[in-house]
Design a protein around this ligand. Sequence first.
Ligand code: RUQ
Ligand code: CUA
Length: 661
Amino acid sequence: MRAYPLVVTSLVATGIVAVVAVGCQNQHEANQEAAQKTSLGASSSVQDLMKARNLSEADVEAALKTYVPTGKMDEYYIFASGGQSGNVDVIGVPSMRLLKVIGVFTPESWQGWGFGGESDKILEGGNQGIHKIRWADMHHPNLSETKGDYDGQYLFVNDKANARVAVVDLKDFATKQIVPNPLAASDHGGAFVTPDTDYVIETSQYPAPLGREYAPITDYKAKYRGVAIFWKFDRAKGRIDPSKSWALELPPYTQDLADAGKLGSDGWAYINSFNTEMAVGGTMEGKPPIESGASQNDMDYLHVINWKKAEELVNAGKTKTIAGMRVLTMDVSGPEGVLTLVGEPKSPHGCDVTPDGKMVIVGGKLDTHTTLYDTAKMKDLIAQKKFEGKDDYGIPIMAFKDAIDGQVEIGLGPLHTVFDDKGGAYTSVFIESVVAKWSYTDLKKPVEKLKVHYNIGHILAAEGDTVSPDGKYVVAMNKMSMDRFLPVGPLYPQNFQLVDIAGEKMRLLADMPIANAEPHYSQMIKADKIKAEKVYKSGTNATGEIDPNRVEGGKERVVRNGNKVEVFMTAIRSHFTPDRIEVDEGDDVTIHVTSLEAAEDQTHGFTIDMYNVNVSLEPGKHENLSFKADMPGTYPMYCTEFCSALHLEMTGYFLVKPKKR
Ligand code: RUQ
Ligand code: CUA
């Protein structure tokens, strides 16, 4: 019989069950007797369960480490990029339970996000060009920081496909603003914050003329550009202030990931790039495809940006206005030491500043190393103007060997790196499908590699990119999951794997299928840092303000003015007042509806059938729905949340009298 001393300790410690097998037969029998006295009964003792379900000791231990009994709370939140879903997934750790999906760039019908209510205006604010954009390729959520630590107030996310950044308020877990990038056609290095969240950084990905004007591809070198936007965040208002934001023109190297310096490197930002060859494809004209054209050079460029200095130059008016945005152009930023380049090995991807702010770690997709750039050395080189040359745009280049601290042989395809509290670095290694643990202080080969399933892209750690990581958990964000979950057709879920990093060795604890898209980055924050509201102050609308049209109980009314009909409505268990609305075909209708509920978790919904209007009315929430009564007929309106025993009765009619023809 096998011994399970570890399991016994942890099981007893958690008080879940009294018994598991131990090394000694007598004790085992005594324990079995004890087990019969527990509510589980003998037939379902843990040992029997293990046998029946074919679980090993390690399985049971992992289960215990992630089990959160009903009524108990998780220790951390993960804010995960919802990828192509355009929305944010909120996950509890260690249970890996999905807690919420926050509607951001994409309409989300449970929250009534984008179905005729106030949130439509926020989505409208994110339109690009002439298109109503209602999807996103969300990549990198970033929590607001104070002194380099997550403060639990805001979350920023970027949309790679449509070059936008959104602000989510963590008081109510709702999106408050979407800001379209006026200059770039796509972004990737975002939404990274500076250590006090003065700025939210968004850098472009695929170069295009700034402002997205047309320019023939033959003008690539002359007219196409990269750009980094420094969005000024107004913390008191909880909004990005585009009028105080500015941009840095960059060469048309395909800029990739970015990070802001911290502590000693505060005031600096670092951006990767690839395709410094400026390959533009042309496979139909017999030219090499972009992917091979872009892999000719041994070195691409890390962009090193002195943003504090850039800010001074912007304030001194050294900018050019393009598409309404102040842009510091390369002819200023190069000579002024704002923008400097340094070589980086082939096709870099991740760009992560260490918790002490001393190094920038760059992972090379086509290289087996991570490279550690020394932020202090680079600062000196720039101050002393010690460069080895300039690029075609006059941007000075530092010598690779002068700028680095060293390189570490990690494995095949190192991408992103996160950190623990003991100088440990955890790098996702895509091709090898492992998490590689190494030390960013001694720069030796990885001490451990943990297999993950499969093809890990991003990686996250508990408070892992702050100045004080927690060192408890890492999550491998895997791109592929064949053989991990029940088959669901050719489109497979992604796989989040929770890893315990508190001990000597990494331990894989749990798998979580991500069923709605391919997430990229995520962040994990201690749960007690989030101070979420339980109910809204009566009359609060989607912007977080008390709505001027808030409706008090007893003041419900219908106001007609020509073909404009305004309905002032309230909702409280279990009726809408008024519960009948009659209008004429063609009327412009606005329904102002306030929930009069003040009790926690008493949410109503409001919809009118067939009219594509649907809002969520959390306690105290106010909504304004505007639409044209363009379909004559009889339409039930009803509450969409099972709010009470009389929920089904929480209904009424919206009647549209046909025009005389
Ligand atoms: S990037 S893993 Cu935005 Cu690495 Cu996706
Ligand atoms: Cu209100 Cu159902």
